[in-house]
Design a protein around this ligand. Structure first.
Ligand code: DGY
Length: 333
């Protein structure tokens, strides 16, 4: 039997196993079991396939928690192919000496581009126009038909001045916009003005969310949040659906409390077609496509593989979420 590490990969990676792909790089160092289906593994299947593995390469649908770690006691590293890692109980991993890695940086530009795609589509009512045209509703040109909102010269508020928030702000400069941002503290060289959240909501014509999903940010976009936004403002979310109270968003859109919204993320995902949220007016939705370009997904897979191999070799790479886990792991060994 091979003494190479055993790894479970919870989804096929871009490029499959062709030479030069991230999977190919992993194959050179480990025995691999891949979940080939499009549907994610159930918790039970994940436990069964992870048992006996030394490392896991997961995506955001896999919950890595005590139950999984109990079922897979050999696991030393979990490489999450996502920048967000709210699917992972990091404290539970650290306590067991399990290194967690994510994929920061490589999806920044793609996600910022997607934020702008949603912002522009919501502002200029593209899906409504598309539906009208295809449904035979394109009448003669009319001065007041499908009027949207200005983008150039408007004010945008960025909530969460991390990498993606910064990339969104940089793009806003190209539109000659005033950029406000809020977070725990001002960030050096951020291309915008730091203001408290209340000011940002009161002044921004666009509010774009770029905070990770944590206990602190869960449902932070609630009725009080939307009530503080301008009635002509558009809300954009490309981070995690969990930061939004969707019933409150639906009400804000229905009542005209805000003018529109663009969402790439929802709760749950996939959202059922009958979900009340999808009945909201002036809502543009995308099925979690922020990082969905071949280049970006390949770079994410590659970074996840690098993190996995480093962890298996007992090293904490720069994309380690809990480098302190290595010391705990050594104590455990
Ligand atoms: C992430 O990386 O967290 C995204 O949501 C998936 O691209």
């Amino acid at each position: 039997m091979s003494n190479r590490p055993r790894v479970f990969v919870s989804r096929t990676l871009p490029g499959g196993d062709a030479p030069g792909t991230p999977f190919d790089a992993l194959k050179a160092h480990a025995e691999i079991d891949v979940w080939e289906a499009t549907e994610p593994p159930t918790a039970e299947a994940l436990r069964a396939r992870s048992a006996g593995c030394d490392g896991l390469l997961t995506v955001l649908t896999e919950r890595v928690d005590d139950a999984l770690l109990d079922a897979a006691p050999r696991v030393r590293v979990v490489a999450n192919m996502a920048v967000g890692y709210d699917n992972i109980d990091v404290l539970a991993c650290t306590a067991r000496g399990v290194l967690v890695t994510n994929t920061p940086g490589v999806l920044t530009e793609a996600t910022a581009d997607m934020t702008w795609a949603l912002l522009l589509a919501a502002a200029r009512r593209l899906p409504e126009g598309d539906r009208a045209l295809r449904g035979g509703g394109w009448g003669p040109w009319h001065p007041t038909w499908l009027l949207g909102y200005r983008v150039s010269g408007a004010t945008i508020g960025i909530v969460g001045p991390g990498r993606i928030g910064r990339a969104v702000a940089q793009r806003a400069q190209g539109f000659g916009m005033t950029v406000l941002y809020t977070g725990h503290r001002p960030v050096e060289d951020f291309p915008g003005t730091f203001v408290p959240l209340d000011d940002l909501l009161a002044r921004s014509e666009y509010v774009s969310m770029h905070v990770p999903l944590t206990r602190e940010t869960e449902r932070m976009c609630n009725a009080a949040f939307f009530a503080r936004m301008r009635p002509d403002a558009i809300f954009v979310n490309t981070t995690r659906g969990g930061v939004v109270d969707q019933a409150a968003l639906l009400e804000a859109l229905r009542s005209g409390g805000i003018a529109g919204a663009g969402l790439d993320v929802m709760t749950p995902e996939p959202i059922p077609v009958g979900d009340p949220l999808l009945t909201a007016p002036h809502l543009v939705v995308a099925p979690h496509l922020g990082s969905a370009t071949l280049e970006t997904r390949t770079a994410m897979a590659s970074l996840a593989v690098d993190g996995l191999l480093a962890g298996l070799a007992g090293r904490a790479p720069s994309n380690a979420v809990n480098p302190e886990a290595l010391a705990a792991g050594r104590r455990r060994a």
